[in-house]
Design a protein around this ligand. Structure first.
Ligand SMILES: Nc1nc2c(ncn2[C@@H]2O[C@H](COP(=O)(O)OP(=O)(O)OP(=O)(O)O)[C@@H](O)[C@H]2O)c(=O)[nH]1
Length: 483
């Protein structure tokens, strides 16, 4: 932005100064044009010629000197007189205006008196249009005058500077007087300034310095005017400005960062709580902790709902797996692990119970005759019969291949014996797949209150031994062991 602004302001500046110089040169042309018209009638009057050249240099400070040249290329009037050029015949090399016979501004040239000057000339034509010579005002570029004052005394507060080149790229005005007269026509910026249109460009000057330049033509004399400023000075402004901006904005940045941190902390709080609870799903209160997490915005609330949903199905699955691990898959009666849990509950609550130990008679021959699959179906059907026979609080288990237990809590031995006999009878009459009929032997024992683990083991062993006594006694019967 700084570079663009500098280019634009340099261009505007160059245009303004070029316009002023142009106006001044046009005024100079008008002055000599007026004189030429006036002099046509007085060309033979030396006094009138003298006073005209005096008027040209005295009326304004545009011209440093003025001459009138007759049709023989001889100077017939000159001001100031101190130049001593009256009667001097122009050499061939100084006859540009004389030969042109038209209004013109000459290229800069070096006079016999050692000055660098341009002449603004206008032909003097007689009544018939015949050429009588010309009148010319000269502007010394290296001396004080309105034009050199305009072009030299442009004051810049920011190290910008101005120079003017003629159409050949020769320096006419420059901040460094030693460089006037140097030809810099090969420089890019100079070439740009002589294209006839104003503009701006970044380029390297004759000393190799990166410059931001604006240029404009002084069209009446085919000169180019350039205003330029070193790029590094423009950018130095930027660096100078950046440091205070940095220090002044530091507290704001700090406060902003603090606010960002606080808001981020506040936004992530529910997420952090949820994440912490995910890591502690095995804790008993994990579910409650998630429920109590304040999820105050949509995404956190969605996450919370998903976590609760996930935790719900997770618990459900665990429950199912737990249930499955305590059951016999063939009969869906409790297995040994399930039985142990029930016994632990009995022990914890001092529950008195009776137990029936049940074994299928001659099951080996069932397998042998009908195959293992049929044996499995028989075991399954037996399980169903046992479940139907069991009361609401009774617990049925399959604890071996064809060995079953039924626990009857808060049930006396007599009552349990009746249940066992009824069950024995139900099984004997139950329709079994393929086999039709099977029988079972049952041992019954009782465990009174208070119960201990040792007491439970003894009770089970007693039921077992009663069972074997039933087997020994011929099977398909119930035997009871007094506790
Ligand atoms: N089909 C099937 N058979 C099983 C299963 N578990 C054990 N058995 C069989 O059950 C039979 C038990 O045989 P035994 O212990 O000799 O007793 P039994 O033939 O029933 O004779 P008693 O008990 O003396 O009346 C064996 O042949 C086992 O292979 C099972 O899950 N499925």
């Amino acid at each position: 932005m700084l570079i663009e602004n500098t280019l634009a302001s340099n261009q505007r500046y160059a245009e303004k100064v070029a316009e002023s110089a142009n106006r001044m040169l046009q005024s100079a042309e008008q002055l000599v044009a007026y004189s030429a018209t006036d002099l046509a009638k007085k060309i033979d009057d030396p006094g009138a010629l003298e006073s005209e050249v005096q008027r040209l240099i005295g009326q304004s400070d545009i011209f440093n000197s003025a001459v009138i040249v007759n049709k023989e290329a001889q100077i017939i009037a000159v001001a100031p007189e101190s130049l001593h050029l009256s009667g001097y015949v122009l050499p061939e090399s100084a006859r540009q205006a004389f030969n042109a016979q038209r209004a013109m501004i000459s290229d800069p040239f070096h006079s016999v008196t050692g000055n660098t000057l341009v002449s603004v000339s206008h032909p003097i034509l007689g009544a018939q249009g015949e050429y009588l010579g010309y009148v010319s005002g000269t502007i010394y570029l290296n001396k004080i005058g309105a034009l050199s004052h305009l072009l030299r005394n442009q004051l810049f507060s920011d190290e910008s500077y101005l120079y003017v080149v003629d159409r050949n790229g020769e320096l006419l005005f420059h901040v460094d007087p030693n460089r006037i007269g140097q030809n810099v026509g090969q420089m890019y910026l100079v070439q740009q300034s002589l294209t006839g249109v104003s503009g701006s460009a970044r380029g390297i000057n004759s000393l190799g310095i990166d410059m931001l330049a604006g240029f404009a033509p002084i069209s009446s004399s085919d000169w180019g005017l350039v205003v330029q400023r070193p790029t590094n000075l423009v950018l130095a402004d930027l660096n100078d400005n950046l440091a205070p901006v940095f220090w002044r904005s530091l507290p704001i940045v700090f406060v902003t960062l603090l606010l960002v941190w606080l808001v981020a902390h506040w936004i992530t709080l529910p997420l952090r709580k949820l994440a912490k609870n995910v890591g502690q799903l095995d804790h008993q209160d994990a579910y409650d902790a998630i429920v109590n997490t304040k999820a105050w915005y949509f995404e956190a609330s969605q996450l919370k709902m998903s976590m609760l949903h996930g935790l719900g199905s997770f618990n459900e699955r665990i429950h199912k797996l737990d249930d499955a691990s305590h059951k016999d898959p063939l009969t869906l009666l409790l297995n040994r692990r399930g039985m142990q849990r029930v016994l632990d509950q009995f022990e914890a609550s001092d529950t008195p119970f009776s137990v029936l130990a049940l074994d299928i008679d001659h099951f080996k021959s069932v397998n042998d005759r009908f195959g293992h699959d049929v044996g499995d179906q028989v075991i399954q059907t037996l399980g169903e019969v046992m479940m139907k026979a069991a009361g609401e609080h009774d617990v049925t288990c399959r604890v071996g291949g064809e060995e079953f237990l039924m626990f009857l809590p808060h049930t006396s031995l007599d009552r349990a014996t009746l249940v066992a006999e009824s069950l024995c009878e139900q099984i004997a009459y139950a329709d079994m797949p393929k086999v039709k009929r099977i029988t079972v032997s049952i041992g019954v024992s009782h465990n009174p209150q208070p119960v201990y683990q040792a007491g439970i083991d003894i009770t089970l062993k007693r039921a077992d031994s009663a069972l074997y006594r039933a087997k020994d006694a011929g099977r398909n019967r119930v035997m009871v062991v007094e506790s």
